[in-house]
Ligand binder design. Structure first.
Ligand code: ZN
Ligand code: ZN
Length: 330
């Protein structure tokens, strides 16, 4: 495990520099700070690779049938993302899965979809790129709602970024490259449209921004996130990860930002989020105001590890999001 995790370390800086929180409100024309030049393609396990450095982490599953990607990074890195994937495999992208709506995970949807190919079924061998169908883009239906519906009076994401096929309810199952893949909806967690993607044969989970190795989670209350949903989702990831031995190895988890992790690290993260939530809840029960709770630094012992300098994963921003989420649910 050590070598695998050390290999992943190089991605930390890239993930942190392009944290989700800072990019959430940005549209396609404006994509944040200057990005690092190099993308990194790292083998994770089985048929699954991690492409890091283009915004949110991208999982790439390869095989004889074609290519499937989980998330598409920032719009302004799309050509580099495509070049990196083509270096790994000549097979066209057939499926794109979005873990959630944020632009650092869906910004490349249009470009990657158009570069992909749709096969209409097992009996049709022709590549239909000619008719510009492109790849299918899957997500939970709430991702489409968030992209296509106005928030306030301002709309949204360009049509070309929208998912082409959405699901309702708990999950969608599919098989691709001989591997069962489960897209598992996590209600009201980081947003209201989060899915984790479980590659069952490769034994890899792409967690989206429910799990980060870089910072505190960002609970996007404005897009339907909640602290209890975040904790539930982390528990759901823990439920389906199986360590190889002594809590290490086995199922690997690709975070939304940061390096490849395993069950043990998700457990640590879940514990941290739960402990901070409990401290804030205790303060609220004692009648403390938000300012008083912030002044008591309920995250202090974790700030060195997870406190971001800027954006929604700053310690005080995380505390405020948890407070507001708890206040809403009371
Ligand atoms: Zn993100
Ligand atoms: Zn996000």
């Amino acid at each position: 495990m050590i070598s695998k995790l050390q290999k992943g370390w190089a991605t930390v800086a890239a993930g942190a520099a392009l944290g989700c929180a800072g990019l959430v409100s940005l549209g396609r024309a404006q994509q944040g700070p200057s990005a690092p030049a190099e993308l990194q393609m790292l083998p994770v396990q089985g048929n699954v690779y991690l492409l890091a450095g283009a915004g949110g982490n991208i999982a790439v599953q390869v095989g004889s049938q074609g290519t499937l990607v989980v998330d598409t990074g920032l719009a302004n890195r799309s050509e580099q993302i495509l070049a990196s994937i083509h270096k790994l495999t000549p097979k066209p992208i057939q499926y794109i899965i979005n873990t959630h709506v944020h632009a650092d995970h869906t910004g490349g949807n249009d470009t990657l979809r158009k570069a992909g190919a749709t096969y209409t079924g097992a009996n049709v061998t022709a590549n239909l790129t000619d008719v510009k169908l492109g790849a299918q883009v899957f997500s939970h239906d709430n991702v489409l709602q968030r992209m296509s519906a106005p928030s306030g009076k301002q709309a949204l994401r360009a049509f070309g970024d929208w998912p082409t096929l959405t699901f309702f309810g708990d999950k969608k199952q599919m098989s691709f490259n001989g591997e069962p893949i489960e897209i598992l909806h996590q209600p009201a967690a980081h947003t209201d449209g989060d899915s984790i993607v479980f590659f069952r044969r490769s034994d890899v989970i792409a967690a989206g921004d429910i799990f980060l190795t870089t910072t505190y989670p960002f609970i996007d209350l404005g897009r339907g996130g909640s602290i209890q949903g975040e904790i539930n989702a982390l528990n759901n990831i823990i439920d389906i990860t199986v360590p190889l031995r002594q809590e290490e190895g086995g199922t690997y988890v690709i975070p939304g930002h940061g390096r490849i992790a395993d069950r043990f690290e998700v457990v640590e993260y879940r514990d941290m989020v739960t402990i901070v939530r409990d401290r804030i809840r205790a303060g609220m029960k004692d009648g403390m105001t938000l300012d008083q709770i912030k002044a008591a630094h309920p995250t202090l012992d974790y700030d060195y590890r997870y406190g971001a300098q800027t954006g929604f994963s700053r310690p005080d921003a995380f505390v405020e999001a948890v407070y507001q989420s708890l206040a809403k649910s009371q």
